[in-house]
Design a binder for this molecule. Structure first.
Ligand code: BGC
Length: 341
């Protein structure tokens, strides 16, 4: 199963590369008319670790694309710093600068209609990513796209990391040998589709996998390492010797939980995350985290950039970027546990 996943990821990477080469060729043909494109990108928060990883890959994509096609890419990346008003202003600025396309990571996913109104009026396609606008908004125009790592898949894979460990060695999770694995849950923003779906399906996968579980407590740490660390510190005091597993909606919160355990000098509790961010992968490698679910950042950013650049040039979206319903791209994900990347 793991090998199949790896193989699919490899194939998809090759496919995407090939597709971007094809896109590159048509870009050249087009270069007579248009030899530069302007892409406006607005991030909900530039200090978010996962979003930062995607940003880095987007910048790489732009450079590679310029090299392959000779089309100059003006990638204007802005940080909305958690303010929807700021993001709306950034969108207006992108429009007045004559951007060919916008890539938006919405601050408030339920307020995407304001951005869509502006984009439609200026006839500028939008690629949303990571924070999903509601369906009615996405259905308003055929020039709206959405790229994500599907939340249910992340959660089922996360749950299966725990199930595999439990089946191999139940004592590594049921530390006090009472026949039940007692867990705590660290959740992302309550308004984010990923948080709700990941929580539900991670827990469900443990149940489906036959692990006897008991929830001690849970809380919202808004994807943040420091908030997770503060919550975990309280829980370690409140449930001394009882916590056996920490389920985290993302890697940063898993790292926060680990920070709190290190401060308290506690070891042995299993922690699982989601994202496969750079520090998340390091924590798995060093044995601090039992595992994570890594979305392929290259493919993720490759899809955002591939859709955006083709729209900017008025070309077909590269064939390697397979869209569901003509607008949704789901990035492949894989389990990462120590020695099994
Ligand atoms: C990621 C989090 C990130 C959040 C931001 C989630 O999909 O897993 O790490 O903080 O998106 O929107």
């Amino acid at each position: 199963m793991k090998n199949m996943k790896k193989c699919f990821i490899l194939l998809s990477s090759l496919w995407l590369c090939a597709a971007s080469l094809l896109a590159g060729c048509s870009g050249k043909e087009n270069a007579g008319e248009k030899n530069s494109i302007r892409i406006g990108v607005s991030l909900y928060r530039g200090d978010d670790t996962f979003i930062n990883n995607i940003r880095g890959e987007l910048e790489k994509c732009a450079k590679e694309y310029e090299k392959e096609t000779g089309v100059k890419v003006n990638l204007d990346i802005q940080d909305a710093k958690g303010s929807q008003n700021t993001q709306n202003d950034q969108v207006e600025r992108f429009i007045s600068l004559g951007c060919d396309v916008m890539c938006i990571n919405p601050v408030d996913r339920t307020a995407a209609s304001v951005i869509i109104d502006k984009a439609m009026a200026a006839d500028i396609p939008v690629v949303f990513f990571n924070r999903q606008p509601v369906e009615e908004d996405m259905d308003r125009w055929d020039q709206l796209y959405y790229v994500e790592a599907a939340a249910k898949e992340s959660a089922v894979l996360q749950g299966s990391i725990v199930v595999d460990h439990y089946r191999e060695n139940p004592e590594s999770l049921d530390l006090n040998g009472d026949g039940v694995v007692s867990y705590v849950l660290l959740e992302g923003e309550s308004s984010h589709q990923d948080a709700l779906i990941r929580t539900e399906w991670s827990v469900q996968t443990l149940k489906d996998g036959g692990i006897p579980i008991e929830k001690l407590t849970g809380g919202i740490a808004n994807w943040e390492r420091s908030q997770a660390s503060a919550l975990m510190e309280q829980w370690l005091e409140k449930y001394p010797g009882q916590i056996e597993l920490i389920l985290c909606n993302n890697d940063d919160m898993a790292l926060g939980a680990i920070d709190a355990m290190e401060r308290a000098g506690i070891t042995g509790i299993s922690v699982v995350g989601i994202d496969g961010t750079t520090p998340g992968l390091e924590a798995v490698e060093s044995g601090k985290m039992m595992g994570t679910v890594s979305s392929n950042k290259e493919l993720y950013a490759g899809a955002v950039f591939g859709i955006a650049s083709s729209r900017a040039l008025g070309e077909e979206i590269p064939a390697g970027i397979e869209l569901e319903e003509g607008k949704y791209f789901k990035c492949p994900q894989q389990i990462v546990v120590k020695n099994h990347k």
